[in-house]
Design a protein around this ligand. Sequence first.
Ligand code: ZN
Length: 269
Amino acid sequence: MDADALLEQSLPAPMRLLFVADLHYELKQFDWLISHAADFDAVIIGGDLLELGSILEPDVQIVVVEKYLGRLCQQKPLLVCSGNHDGDARSAANESTCHWLRDLKAGQLFVDGDSVELGDVLITICPWWDGPVSRAEVESLLARDAEKPKKRWVWIHHSPPDKSPVSWAGKKFGGDEFLVGWIQHYQPDLVLSGHIHNAPFNAKGSWNDRLGKTWVFNPGRQIGPCPAYLIFDLDKMSVEWVSQEDQVVRQLDGPERGISGLAGAAAGA
Ligand SMILES: [Zn+2]
């Protein structure tokens, strides 16, 4: 991207970011977002806005969710990645793709494939990948943004890394093994995910983990009018997890953890 295009997507320095994922067409939780967005400098949704198992057709859900996203991005910058429930088409390679979200891109609404500068933080919005072609698209996105100047780098990627407590599904890990490799290669600062709904609520799971330098997160999914959510303060380098189960603040500027601790973390810590 050239300098002008970079400037176009450059926004005021962030203080507080709100992150949720896996709303799965829970409209009360979208309502909650609408009524709380004003308290934050940007709102991030980490995929699975729609619910494939609903009796409502995806087309109908899309119309409603589009209205919510439109209202949200009138208040604050809104960054949204797709999840495995959000596809509305098949590509030539017969992989699920999410067209409707990309078509919404405008103004303060940033979507799959975008990179957004919030002050000196660069945020890369990764689409859900469903096979080798869409996976290669994510790889080239990360390679593109690796070249860009930034003090901190944040990825939004629906699936969490595999073999981490944030992807512990109860009996096995359900994360993305390729993401683990990308994290090891690029060592971004934060990776914001979802997908494994119960990981934070499971005894062997967690809402956070650290792979080397990189912090990875999954706020989890809960029923009721309020989603489980994370509040990032990138000035203080702290994060707060708020859910029906707990409310915890954690500092993010401590020493790195060894990558070797990856699988072991789920067994104990
Ligand atoms: Zn989900």
